[in-house]
Design a protein around this ligand. Structure first.
Ligand code: FAD
Length: 541
């Protein structure tokens, strides 16, 4: 009898997809095998409290809202639907377990400390209610726990070492979407649904976006459908895929020069394992292809690298108490931080990038390099944690492990240590956009500046500034620092900070240290070549 059927819950958090979703497939298979015994309820828990405390900008809320709507549609095609349950997980699960007579709860594992604490609490509640819990690792290609175990209990701290560990691991099987549920396994309405039929409906945009005035152009809509479409388009040119080398892509092209799969991977609208499999299929047909770290497979493996490192360090997103991170005495300059965050530094290339980020929610990797270096060790000497916070709010693809890991890299706080290689906020952008078309698009005040001085508007005379319709200090800011001077001072500050860190780590004075054996400060050769290639033009300058 339908009333006696027990409920199988799949709890979506990330992993907002039906393809390659082992935890979802598990409950679908179980219900299909015994349709008279089980009903299926895929849920997403929306905690209204997080709307207030989480650093999520309007564009990312919209991406989530679109992804939930799309997921509901995809589940409906499988004869199910998405149930949005509002409340804190620890508050709602005890009720759900009783109200729905739950037998099994499945979800995808997560390595973020907040999520791990939440999941442990829910697992304890489930145990107290006699509910079985099954978890599956499917957000990454490799299970970080296994990678760490294979590396003798420690996360590899260089990319090369990481590669040598994972190349011995078996690749997981990529799953198709689950088979459609038969009629009859849909749950009968619970007491809340009887009272209010739309109680579990997807949130509307206004319910999630508190400051709609901050919504920018919807260039990268959320959802699995769009993710798979984008994947197909990105991989349609096999020669482009096979010859992809990240350092040769442009930070400032008007249309993205890389895949922009990152927001879809972040929310799990797209399976990284599927992307990896599709890439491998293409590379088999093109034996002469680029290789990690610069290839597309190499990009996915950077993601895996940072995930593994982050999985064993709960303080991965901060300097203090973080085993990977050097301690650097950054300065507090709220005025400079604000200028950087809002694209008002007076350096047009930097400002264009930060404005693109605010409007569109995505910027190219090398553009992230330029602005992150500028904020930290290059120019402003402001902590990477501040930059991470701004990115956390504005990026569609904001990801705890990747954001922190890359900020540490760029600020030369961990993983990368060639702090003397500083990006020029003028020359770097010119390399791929001589005429300044990108700046004209995102800093329209400067649109009439000629190519000769659009990267350095301070070189125009006052008369010229008037003629170009943009006077510095009135229509566009004067530069807040002089790069030529400050970057040299900052290199000296970095050198001093490195010296102190070395002395603290080794317990020795500078002149007693054997540098070759000072592992954490030795630059990994592969990592270095990744950066070296990007910096070649700069060094030739
Ligand atoms: P592609 O070049 O097409 O690469 C394909 C995929 O590989 C990406 O979607 C991404 O999942 C992964 N990938 C590529 N580069 C990296 C990298 N360096 N580290 C880890 N994974 C990588 N990426 C995020 O997804 N979320 C973040 O919060 C994030 N914060 C960053 C902060 C800074 C300061 C920097 C320098 C980089 C950050 N990145 C972050 C990494 C990288 O810039 C983006 O993943 C990439 O630009 C996304 O564009 P794409 O999808 O076109 O990348």
């Amino acid at each position: 009898m339908a009333a006696e059927r027990r409920t199988l819950i799949h709890w979506f958090r990330k992993g907002l997809r039906v393809h390659d979703n082992p935890a979802l497939t598990q409950i679908f298979n179980k219900a299909r095998a015994s349709p008279d015994k089980f009903s299926v309820r895929p849920i997403f828990v929306l905690d209204p409290g997080i709307l207030d405390w989480m650093q999520v900008g309007a564009n990312r809320w919209r991406f989530l809202q679109q992804s939930l709507l799309d997921l509901d549609k995809n589940l409906k095609e499988l004869n199910s639907r998405l149930y949005i349950v509002r409340g804190k997980p620890v508050d709602i699960f005890p009720n759900l377990f009783d109200r729905w007579n739950v037998e099994l709860l499945t979800f995808e594992t997560d390595i973020e400390p907040y999520a791990m604490k939440r999941d442990k609490a829910v697992q304890d509640i489930a145990a107290a209610h006699g509910v079985k819990v099954d978890t599956h690792c499917s957000h990454t290609i490799y299970n970080p726990e296994i990678v760490v175990a294979k590396n003798f209990g420690r996360a590899p701290i260089t990319y090369q070492k990481f590669l040598s560990v994972v190349e011995k691991l078996k690749l997981p099987k990529v799953l198709d979407k689950p088979q459609r549920l038969p009629n009859g396994v849909q749950p009968i309405a619970d007491e809340l649904e009887v009272g209010q039929s739309d109680v579990y409906e997807c949130p509307t945009l206004d319910q999630l976006v508190k400051r709609p005035q901050e919504l920018g152009i919807n260039k990268f809509p959320g959802g699995e459908r769009e993710a798979l479409r984008r994947l197909d388009t990105s991989l349609s040119d096999e020669h482009w895929v096979a010859s992809f080398e990240k350092p040769n892509t442009a930070p400032n092209s008007l249309e993205p020069s890389t895949t922009v799969l990152s927001p879809y991977l972040k929310f799990g609208c797209l399976s990284a394992r599927l992307v990896h499999q599709r890439l491998q299929e293409i590379l088999k047909r093109h034996p002469k292809h680029s290789k990690p770290p610069v290839s597309l497979v190499g990009q996915l493996l950077w993601r895996e690298f940072y995930y593994t490192a982050a999985s064993v360090e709960p303080n991965f997103d901060r300097m203090l108490g973080n085993v990977y991170c050097l301690q650097i005495p950054w300065q507090e300059r709220p005025d400079h931080l604000d200028a950087w965050a809002h694209g008002r530094t007076g350096y047009p290339f930097i400002d264009a990038i930060m404005r693109q980020l605010r409007q569109e929610g995505w910027i190219h990797h090398l553009a992230r390099h330029a602005v992150a270096c500028f904020l930290t060790r290059g120019d402003l000497w402001i902590s990477w944690e501040e930059g991470q916070r701004v990115f956390e709010q504005l990026l569609l693809d904001q990801d705890w492990a990747l954001n922190a890991g890359n900020w540490m890299w760029l600020s030369a706080s961990a993983f990368f240590h060639q702090y003397f290689r500083v990006y020029s906020p003028v020359a770097f952008g010119k390399k791929t956009d001589r005429t300044g078309a990108y700046i004209r698009k995102y800093v329209p005040e400067l649109a009439k500046y000629p190519a000769g001085c659009i990267y350095e508007p301070w070189k125009a005379t006052l008369a010229d500034q008037r003629e170009f319709g943009c006077v510095l200090g009135i229509d566009y800011p004067h530069r807040i620092v002089n790069h030529d001077i400050v970057h040299k001072e900052n290199i000296k500050r970095m050198s001093a900070a490195y010296k102190i860190n070395r002395e603290v780590r080794t317990g020795k004075q500078e002149d007693e240290i054997d540098y070759d054996s000072s592992m954490s400060l030795t630059t990994n050769k592969r990592n270095a070549s990744f950066e070296t290639k990007r910096s070649t033009a700069k060094r030739k300058r």
